[in-house]
Design a protein around this ligand. Sequence first.
Ligand code: ADP
Length: 448
Amino acid sequence: MSLKLKIALYNTLLVGIIVALVLAFMMSNSDFAIESTTKNQLMNTVHENAEEVEWDDGELELDDIKFYSNHITTLVYSHDGYLLEGYISNLEDFIQPLLDGEVTNVDIDGVNYLIYDYFVSSNRYDGVYIRGIVSSVEAFDIVRLLFSITVIALPVFILLAGIGSYIISKKSMKPLDKIVDTAHEISNGDELSRRIDLGVGNDEIHNLANTFDDMFAKLEQAFLSEKQFSSDVSHELRTPIAVILAECECNLKDEICEQDRIEALKTIQSQGKKMQHLITALLNLIRLDNGVYKMNIEAVDISELIAIVCEEQETLLPSDRKLITDLQEQLICNIDYSMIIRVISNLIDNGIKYGKNNGFVKISLKDQGETVLVTVEDNGIGIQNEHLEKIFNRFYQVDTARTSDTSNSMGLGLSMVAQIIKLHNGTINVESEKNVGSKFFITLPKNI
Ligand code: ADP
Protein backbone atom coordinates (compact mmCIF):
# COMPACT_ATOMS: atom_id res chain seq x y z
CA MET A 1 0.00 0.00 0.00
CA SER A 2 1.42 3.41 -0.95
CA LEU A 3 2.35 5.95 1.72
CA LYS A 4 -0.26 8.39 0.36
CA LEU A 5 -3.04 5.81 0.78
CA LYS A 6 -1.81 4.90 4.25
CA ILE A 7 -1.80 8.55 5.37
CA ALA A 8 -5.28 9.07 3.87
CA LEU A 9 -6.60 5.96 5.67
CA TYR A 10 -5.09 6.91 9.02
CA ASN A 11 -6.47 10.45 8.72
CA THR A 12 -9.93 9.12 7.84
CA LEU A 13 -9.84 6.75 10.79
CA LEU A 14 -8.79 9.59 13.07
CA VAL A 15 -11.55 11.89 11.79
CA GLY A 16 -14.08 9.04 12.27
CA ILE A 17 -12.97 8.46 15.87
CA ILE A 18 -13.00 12.20 16.70
CA VAL A 19 -16.48 12.72 15.18
CA ALA A 20 -17.83 9.66 17.04
CA LEU A 21 -16.34 10.92 20.34
CA VAL A 22 -17.78 14.42 19.84
CA LEU A 23 -21.18 12.88 19.07
CA ALA A 24 -21.07 10.65 22.14
CA PHE A 25 -20.11 13.64 24.30
CA MET A 26 -22.92 15.73 22.84
CA MET A 27 -25.44 12.97 23.43
CA SER A 28 -24.40 12.32 27.00
CA ASN A 29 -24.57 16.00 27.90
CA SER A 30 -27.56 17.09 25.82
CA ASP A 31 -30.17 16.02 28.44
CA PHE A 32 -28.51 18.09 31.10
CA ALA A 33 -28.09 21.12 28.79
CA ILE A 34 -31.69 21.01 27.64
CA GLU A 35 -32.97 20.61 31.17
CA SER A 36 -31.05 23.58 32.53
CA THR A 37 -32.05 25.83 29.58
CA THR A 38 -35.68 24.82 29.92
CA LYS A 39 -35.51 25.36 33.69
CA ASN A 40 -34.16 28.90 33.26
CA GLN A 41 -36.79 29.76 30.70
CA LEU A 42 -39.53 28.38 32.98
CA MET A 43 -38.38 30.43 35.99
CA ASN A 44 -38.01 33.62 33.94
CA THR A 45 -41.52 33.28 32.52
CA VAL A 46 -42.99 32.64 35.99
CA HIS A 47 -41.13 35.66 37.44
CA GLU A 48 -42.31 37.90 34.58
CA ASN A 49 -45.89 36.75 35.14
CA ALA A 50 -45.54 37.30 38.92
CA GLU A 51 -44.79 40.97 38.27
CA GLU A 52 -48.06 41.32 36.38
CA VAL A 53 -50.16 40.26 39.41
CA GLU A 54 -52.08 43.26 40.86
CA TRP A 55 -54.89 43.97 43.34
CA ASP A 56 -57.42 46.66 42.60
CA ASP A 57 -59.50 47.46 45.70
CA GLY A 58 -59.04 43.92 46.95
CA GLU A 59 -59.87 42.48 43.53
CA LEU A 60 -57.20 40.32 41.97
CA GLU A 61 -56.24 41.45 38.45
CA LEU A 62 -54.53 38.90 36.19
CA ASP A 63 -55.20 40.49 32.77
CA ASP A 64 -51.57 40.95 31.78
CA ILE A 65 -50.44 37.42 32.60
CA LYS A 66 -49.39 35.25 29.66
CA PHE A 67 -51.01 31.91 30.41
CA TYR A 68 -49.27 30.14 27.54
CA SER A 69 -45.95 31.36 26.14
CA ASN A 70 -42.74 29.60 25.01
CA HIS A 71 -44.46 26.21 25.50
CA ILE A 72 -44.93 27.18 29.17
CA THR A 73 -48.39 26.93 30.72
CA THR A 74 -49.11 29.24 33.65
CA LEU A 75 -51.66 28.54 36.39
CA VAL A 76 -52.59 30.89 39.26
CA TYR A 77 -53.52 29.40 42.64
CA SER A 78 -54.85 31.02 45.80
CA HIS A 79 -52.66 30.97 48.89
CA ASP A 80 -54.57 27.92 50.15
CA GLY A 81 -54.18 25.97 46.95
CA TYR A 82 -57.33 26.61 44.85
CA LEU A 83 -56.92 27.13 41.15
CA LEU A 84 -57.96 30.67 40.36
CA GLU A 85 -57.04 31.01 36.72
CA GLY A 86 -55.31 29.07 33.92
CA TYR A 87 -55.90 25.86 32.03
CA ILE A 88 -54.06 22.66 31.21
CA SER A 89 -55.71 19.63 29.62
CA ASN A 90 -54.59 17.01 32.19
CA LEU A 91 -54.89 19.29 35.22
CA GLU A 92 -55.71 16.45 37.59
CA ASP A 93 -52.24 15.05 37.00
CA PHE A 94 -50.52 18.14 38.42
CA ILE A 95 -51.66 17.73 41.98
CA GLN A 96 -48.22 18.34 43.49
CA PRO A 97 -48.24 20.58 46.55
CA LEU A 98 -47.31 24.21 45.89
CA LEU A 99 -43.67 24.75 46.91
CA ASP A 100 -42.53 28.35 46.72
CA GLY A 101 -39.30 28.85 44.74
CA GLU A 102 -38.75 25.18 43.88
CA VAL A 103 -38.53 23.39 40.55
CA THR A 104 -39.85 19.84 40.58
CA ASN A 105 -39.42 17.19 37.96
CA VAL A 106 -42.36 14.86 37.28
CA ASP A 107 -43.03 12.10 34.80
CA ILE A 108 -46.60 11.82 33.63
CA ASP A 109 -47.51 9.10 31.13
CA GLY A 110 -43.87 8.81 30.10
CA VAL A 111 -43.54 12.55 29.46
CA ASN A 112 -41.16 14.63 31.55
CA TYR A 113 -42.48 17.93 32.99
CA LEU A 114 -40.82 20.68 34.97
CA ILE A 115 -42.97 22.57 37.47
CA TYR A 116 -42.04 25.83 39.12
CA ASP A 117 -44.06 27.54 41.85
CA TYR A 118 -43.63 31.11 42.99
CA PHE A 119 -45.60 32.86 45.75
CA VAL A 120 -46.59 36.48 45.13
CA SER A 121 -47.31 38.16 48.48
CA SER A 122 -49.21 41.37 49.25
CA ASN A 123 -49.28 43.57 52.38
CA ARG A 124 -53.00 43.93 52.47
CA TYR A 125 -54.40 40.83 50.80
CA ASP A 126 -53.76 37.11 50.71
CA GLY A 127 -51.00 36.24 48.25
CA VAL A 128 -51.24 33.93 45.23
CA TYR A 129 -49.08 31.15 43.76
CA ILE A 130 -47.96 31.29 40.14
CA ARG A 131 -47.23 27.80 38.78
CA GLY A 132 -45.37 27.32 35.51
CA ILE A 133 -45.42 23.94 33.73
CA VAL A 134 -43.36 22.90 30.74
CA SER A 135 -42.80 19.61 28.94
CA SER A 136 -39.31 18.87 27.71
CA VAL A 137 -40.62 16.60 24.96
CA GLU A 138 -40.31 19.18 22.20
CA ALA A 139 -36.73 20.09 23.03
CA PHE A 140 -35.72 16.42 23.09
CA ASP A 141 -37.34 15.88 19.72
CA ILE A 142 -35.14 18.53 18.15
CA VAL A 143 -32.00 16.87 19.58
CA ARG A 144 -33.08 13.47 18.33
CA LEU A 145 -33.62 14.90 14.86
CA LEU A 146 -30.19 16.52 14.91
CA PHE A 147 -28.63 13.25 16.05
CA SER A 148 -30.32 11.29 13.23
CA ILE A 149 -29.12 13.82 10.65
CA THR A 150 -25.58 13.64 12.04
CA VAL A 151 -25.56 9.83 12.02
CA ILE A 152 -26.65 9.78 8.39
CA ALA A 153 -24.16 12.54 7.42
CA LEU A 154 -21.28 10.98 9.36
CA PRO A 155 -20.15 8.49 6.67
CA VAL A 156 -20.33 11.29 4.10
CA PHE A 157 -18.10 13.51 6.31
CA ILE A 158 -15.64 10.68 6.82
CA LEU A 159 -15.59 9.90 3.10
CA LEU A 160 -14.96 13.57 2.28
CA ALA A 161 -12.20 13.69 4.91
CA GLY A 162 -10.64 10.57 3.34
CA ILE A 163 -10.73 11.97 -0.21
CA GLY A 164 -9.42 15.36 0.96
CA SER A 165 -6.65 13.75 2.93
CA TYR A 166 -5.66 11.57 -0.07
CA ILE A 167 -5.50 14.61 -2.37
CA ILE A 168 -3.45 16.61 0.16
CA SER A 169 -1.01 13.77 0.87
CA LYS A 170 -0.66 13.05 -2.85
CA LYS A 171 0.22 16.69 -3.44
CA SER A 172 2.66 16.89 -0.56
CA MET A 173 4.29 13.56 -1.51
CA LYS A 174 4.93 14.70 -5.08
CA PRO A 175 8.44 16.02 -4.25
CA LEU A 176 9.23 12.63 -2.70
CA ASP A 177 8.50 11.00 -6.07
CA LYS A 178 11.03 13.40 -7.59
CA ILE A 179 13.61 12.41 -4.98
CA VAL A 180 13.00 8.70 -5.66
CA ASP A 181 13.16 9.20 -9.46
CA THR A 182 16.44 11.12 -9.21
CA ALA A 183 17.98 8.53 -6.88
CA HIS A 184 16.90 5.79 -9.35
CA GLU A 185 18.38 7.63 -12.31
CA ILE A 186 21.66 8.06 -10.43
CA SER A 187 21.83 4.45 -9.26
CA ASN A 188 20.76 2.96 -12.63
CA GLY A 189 23.27 4.77 -14.80
CA ASP A 190 26.24 6.93 -14.23
CA GLU A 191 24.16 10.13 -14.29
CA LEU A 192 25.99 11.49 -11.26
CA SER A 193 25.38 15.07 -12.34
CA ARG A 194 21.56 14.71 -11.89
CA ARG A 195 20.06 16.76 -9.03
CA ILE A 196 16.59 16.82 -7.45
CA ASP A 197 16.52 20.60 -7.53
CA LEU A 198 13.20 21.18 -5.72
CA GLY A 199 13.72 24.93 -5.65
CA VAL A 200 13.18 27.26 -2.74
CA GLY A 201 11.37 25.95 0.34
CA ASN A 202 11.91 25.47 4.02
CA ASP A 203 9.88 22.38 4.85
CA GLU A 204 11.18 18.92 5.77
CA ILE A 205 10.95 17.59 2.19
CA HIS A 206 12.88 20.55 0.76
CA ASN A 207 15.50 20.08 3.47
CA LEU A 208 15.70 16.37 2.64
CA ALA A 209 16.01 17.09 -1.10
CA ASN A 210 18.70 19.73 -0.50
CA THR A 211 20.61 17.32 1.76
CA PHE A 212 20.39 14.67 -0.97
CA ASP A 213 21.58 17.18 -3.59
CA ASP A 214 24.56 18.08 -1.38
CA MET A 215 25.29 14.39 -0.92
CA PHE A 216 25.05 13.74 -4.69
CA ALA A 217 27.40 16.68 -5.33
CA LYS A 218 29.92 15.30 -2.82
CA LEU A 219 29.60 11.79 -4.27
CA GLU A 220 30.14 13.15 -7.76
CA GLN A 221 33.15 15.12 -6.59
CA ALA A 222 34.58 12.08 -4.76
CA PHE A 223 33.91 9.86 -7.77
CA LEU A 224 35.58 12.30 -10.18
CA SER A 225 38.62 12.81 -7.96
CA GLU A 226 38.89 9.04 -7.49
CA LYS A 227 38.80 8.65 -11.28
CA GLN A 228 41.36 11.42 -11.68
CA PHE A 229 43.52 9.88 -8.95
CA SER A 230 43.56 6.42 -10.58
CA SER A 231 44.41 7.88 -13.97
CA ASP A 232 47.17 10.06 -12.43
CA VAL A 233 48.68 7.12 -10.55
CA SER A 234 48.70 4.90 -13.61
CA HIS A 235 50.14 7.73 -15.66
CA GLU A 236 52.92 8.35 -13.10
CA LEU A 237 53.78 4.65 -12.97
CA ARG A 238 53.58 4.07 -16.71
CA THR A 239 56.56 6.32 -17.53
CA PRO A 240 59.17 4.71 -15.21
CA ILE A 241 57.93 1.23 -16.12
CA ALA A 242 58.23 2.05 -19.85
CA VAL A 243 61.78 3.37 -19.27
CA ILE A 244 62.77 0.26 -17.26
CA LEU A 245 61.35 -2.09 -19.92
CA ALA A 246 63.09 -0.20 -22.74
CA GLU A 247 66.43 -0.31 -20.88
CA CYS A 248 66.02 -4.03 -20.19
CA GLU A 249 65.25 -4.73 -23.85
CA CYS A 250 68.39 -2.86 -24.97
CA ASN A 251 70.57 -4.62 -22.39
CA LEU A 252 69.42 -8.06 -23.36
CA LYS A 253 71.06 -7.59 -26.76
CA ASP A 254 74.52 -9.21 -26.86
CA GLU A 255 76.41 -6.39 -28.55
CA ILE A 256 76.01 -3.87 -25.69
CA CYS A 257 79.24 -2.71 -24.05
CA GLU A 258 79.94 -2.75 -20.30
CA GLN A 259 79.76 1.07 -20.01
CA ASP A 260 76.28 1.21 -21.59
CA ARG A 261 75.12 -1.66 -19.36
CA ILE A 262 76.17 0.31 -16.24
CA GLU A 263 74.39 3.43 -17.53
CA ALA A 264 71.27 1.38 -18.19
CA LEU A 265 71.37 -0.10 -14.69
CA LYS A 266 71.69 3.40 -13.22
CA THR A 267 68.62 4.54 -15.18
CA ILE A 268 66.68 1.47 -14.03
CA GLN A 269 67.73 2.17 -10.42
CA SER A 270 66.64 5.82 -10.62
CA GLN A 271 63.26 4.87 -12.13
CA GLY A 272 62.86 2.19 -9.46
CA LYS A 273 63.54 4.81 -6.75
CA LYS A 274 61.02 7.13 -8.36
CA MET A 275 58.36 4.40 -8.17
CA GLN A 276 59.33 3.63 -4.59
CA HIS A 277 58.92 7.30 -3.62
CA LEU A 278 55.61 7.48 -5.42
CA ILE A 279 54.24 4.40 -3.69
CA THR A 280 55.44 5.59 -0.25
CA ALA A 281 53.94 9.04 -0.79
CA LEU A 282 50.68 7.53 -2.02
CA LEU A 283 50.45 5.16 0.92
CA ASN A 284 51.04 8.05 3.33
CA LEU A 285 48.34 10.11 1.67
CA ILE A 286 45.84 7.24 1.62
CA ARG A 287 46.49 6.54 5.31
CA LEU A 288 45.82 10.20 6.13
CA ASP A 289 42.71 10.25 3.94
CA ASN A 290 41.18 7.08 5.34
CA GLY A 291 41.83 8.02 8.92
CA VAL A 292 43.99 4.85 9.21
CA TYR A 293 46.83 6.95 10.55
CA LYS A 294 46.23 7.48 14.26
CA MET A 295 47.40 10.96 15.18
CA ASN A 296 49.68 11.13 18.17
CA ILE A 297 48.80 14.55 19.60
CA GLU A 298 51.01 15.85 22.38
CA ALA A 299 52.14 19.19 23.79
CA VAL A 300 55.24 20.12 21.79
CA ASP A 301 57.52 23.16 21.84
CA ILE A 302 56.91 24.03 18.19
CA SER A 303 59.66 26.72 18.27
CA GLU A 304 62.21 24.05 19.14
CA LEU A 305 60.76 21.59 16.62
CA ILE A 306 61.07 24.08 13.73
CA ALA A 307 64.60 25.05 14.85
CA ILE A 308 65.66 21.36 14.72
CA VAL A 309 64.11 20.84 11.26
CA CYS A 310 65.91 23.97 10.01
CA GLU A 311 69.24 22.75 11.37
CA GLU A 312 68.81 19.45 9.52
CA GLN A 313 67.76 21.18 6.30
CA GLU A 314 70.74 23.49 6.53
CA THR A 315 73.12 20.55 6.15
CA LEU A 316 71.44 19.67 2.84
CA LEU A 317 71.34 23.26 1.60
CA PRO A 318 73.20 24.11 -1.65
CA SER A 319 76.11 26.40 -0.90
CA ASP A 320 74.58 29.43 -2.66
CA ARG A 321 71.32 29.34 -0.62
CA LYS A 322 70.45 30.82 2.74
CA LEU A 323 67.97 29.54 5.30
CA ILE A 324 66.81 32.37 7.56
CA THR A 325 64.81 31.78 10.74
CA ASP A 326 62.76 34.18 12.80
CA LEU A 327 61.16 32.05 15.49
CA GLN A 328 59.33 33.28 18.56
CA GLU A 329 60.57 31.09 21.38
CA GLN A 330 58.88 28.53 23.62
CA LEU A 331 55.54 28.31 21.87
CA ILE A 332 53.73 25.18 22.98
CA CYS A 333 51.22 23.52 20.67
CA ASN A 334 49.24 20.29 20.75
CA ILE A 335 50.37 18.64 17.54
CA ASP A 336 51.48 15.38 16.00
CA TYR A 337 55.26 15.87 16.17
CA SER A 338 56.26 13.72 13.18
CA MET A 339 53.54 15.08 10.92
CA ILE A 340 54.43 18.72 11.54
CA ILE A 341 58.08 17.85 10.80
CA ARG A 342 56.91 16.55 7.41
CA VAL A 343 55.01 19.79 6.76
CA ILE A 344 57.94 22.08 7.61
CA SER A 345 60.51 19.95 5.73
CA ASN A 346 58.25 19.81 2.69
CA LEU A 347 57.77 23.58 2.53
CA ILE A 348 61.49 24.32 3.07
CA ASP A 349 62.35 21.66 0.49
CA ASN A 350 60.00 23.32 -2.04
CA GLY A 351 61.45 26.75 -1.23
CA ILE A 352 64.90 25.42 -2.13
CA LYS A 353 63.72 23.38 -5.12
CA TYR A 354 61.84 26.30 -6.68
CA GLY A 355 64.30 28.94 -5.50
CA LYS A 356 66.83 30.93 -7.52
CA ASN A 357 70.60 30.85 -7.35
CA ASN A 358 71.81 32.87 -4.34
CA GLY A 359 68.26 32.88 -3.07
CA PHE A 360 66.88 32.41 0.43
CA VAL A 361 64.18 30.58 2.30
CA LYS A 362 62.84 32.31 5.40
CA ILE A 363 60.82 30.56 8.05
CA SER A 364 59.14 32.47 10.86
CA LEU A 365 56.91 31.58 13.79
CA LYS A 366 54.58 33.96 15.65
CA ASP A 367 52.25 33.66 18.61
CA GLN A 368 48.68 34.71 17.79
CA GLY A 369 46.98 33.94 21.09
CA GLU A 370 44.85 30.84 20.45
CA THR A 371 46.91 29.95 17.38
CA VAL A 372 50.44 30.11 16.04
CA LEU A 373 51.36 31.38 12.59
CA VAL A 374 54.12 29.67 10.61
CA THR A 375 55.27 31.34 7.39
CA VAL A 376 57.66 29.87 4.84
CA GLU A 377 58.86 32.41 2.30
CA ASP A 378 61.25 32.26 -0.65
CA ASN A 379 62.39 34.59 -3.39
CA GLY A 380 62.24 31.88 -6.02
CA ILE A 381 60.45 31.39 -9.30
CA GLY A 382 57.00 32.07 -7.82
CA ILE A 383 53.68 30.71 -9.02
CA GLN A 384 51.29 32.35 -11.48
CA ASN A 385 47.84 33.20 -10.09
CA GLU A 386 46.02 30.70 -12.32
CA HIS A 387 47.97 27.81 -10.70
CA LEU A 388 47.72 28.95 -7.10
CA GLU A 389 44.48 27.15 -6.23
CA LYS A 390 45.55 23.93 -7.90
CA ILE A 391 48.96 23.39 -6.31
CA PHE A 392 47.31 21.62 -3.34
CA ASN A 393 45.67 19.08 -5.70
CA ARG A 394 47.27 15.67 -6.00
CA PHE A 395 49.82 15.28 -8.79
CA TYR A 396 49.56 18.96 -9.72
CA GLN A 397 52.84 20.39 -10.92
CA VAL A 398 53.16 23.81 -12.49
CA ASP A 399 56.22 22.98 -14.54
CA THR A 400 57.12 19.31 -14.82
CA ALA A 401 60.21 20.03 -16.92
CA ARG A 402 61.91 21.67 -13.93
CA THR A 403 61.53 18.61 -11.68
CA SER A 404 61.46 15.67 -14.10
CA ASP A 405 64.95 14.60 -13.14
CA THR A 406 64.30 14.58 -9.36
CA SER A 407 62.85 11.33 -8.19
CA ASN A 408 60.91 12.83 -5.29
CA SER A 409 58.96 15.49 -7.21
CA MET A 410 55.58 14.07 -7.98
CA GLY A 411 53.12 16.81 -7.11
CA LEU A 412 52.04 15.04 -3.92
CA GLY A 413 53.93 17.09 -1.31
CA LEU A 414 51.55 20.03 -0.92
CA SER A 415 48.41 17.87 -0.95
CA MET A 416 49.91 15.90 1.96
CA VAL A 417 50.83 19.16 3.74
CA ALA A 418 47.26 20.47 3.31
CA GLN A 419 45.81 17.19 4.57
CA ILE A 420 48.01 17.23 7.71
CA ILE A 421 47.08 20.85 8.47
CA LYS A 422 43.40 19.98 8.03
CA LEU A 423 43.77 17.10 10.51
CA HIS A 424 45.18 19.64 12.98
CA ASN A 425 42.17 21.93 12.39
CA GLY A 426 44.51 24.53 10.95
CA THR A 427 44.58 26.49 7.70
CA ILE A 428 47.10 26.87 4.89
CA ASN A 429 47.23 29.70 2.35
CA VAL A 430 49.68 30.90 -0.21
CA GLU A 431 50.64 34.21 -1.77
CA SER A 432 52.95 34.18 -4.74
CA GLU A 433 54.16 36.23 -7.66
CA LYS A 434 55.89 34.88 -10.72
CA ASN A 435 59.65 35.50 -10.60
CA VAL A 436 59.36 37.28 -7.22
CA GLY A 437 58.73 34.45 -4.79
CA SER A 438 56.16 32.58 -2.72
CA LYS A 439 54.92 32.77 0.86
CA PHE A 440 53.02 29.97 2.58
CA PHE A 441 50.97 30.81 5.72
CA ILE A 442 50.02 28.09 8.17
CA THR A 443 47.80 28.70 11.16
CA LEU A 444 47.72 25.99 13.83
CA PRO A 445 45.47 26.04 16.89
CA LYS A 446 47.44 25.59 20.11
CA ASN A 447 44.79 23.16 21.32
CA ILE A 448 43.00 20.92 18.84
P1 ADP B 1 56.29 18.66 -6.11
O1 ADP B 1 56.62 17.28 -5.72
O2 ADP B 1 56.13 18.82 -7.59
O3 ADP B 1 57.17 19.68 -5.50
P2 ADP B 1 54.25 19.79 -4.48
O4 ADP B 1 52.89 19.27 -4.19
O5 ADP B 1 55.16 19.99 -3.34
O6 ADP B 1 54.85 18.85 -5.57
O7 ADP B 1 54.05 21.16 -5.21
C1 ADP B 1 53.17 21.26 -6.30
C2 ADP B 1 53.62 22.26 -7.28
O8 ADP B 1 53.51 23.58 -6.73
C3 ADP B 1 55.05 22.15 -7.65
O9 ADP B 1 55.21 21.25 -8.72
C4 ADP B 1 55.45 23.56 -8.04
O10 ADP B 1 55.10 23.79 -9.39
C5 ADP B 1 54.57 24.41 -7.16
N1 ADP B 1 55.29 24.91 -5.99
C6 ADP B 1 55.25 24.38 -4.73
N2 ADP B 1 56.01 25.11 -3.88
C7 ADP B 1 56.53 26.12 -4.60
C8 ADP B 1 57.40 27.23 -4.32
N3 ADP B 1 57.87 27.46 -3.10
N4 ADP B 1 57.70 28.08 -5.34
C9 ADP B 1 57.21 27.89 -6.56
N5 ADP B 1 56.41 26.88 -6.89
C10 ADP B 1 56.06 26.00 -5.94
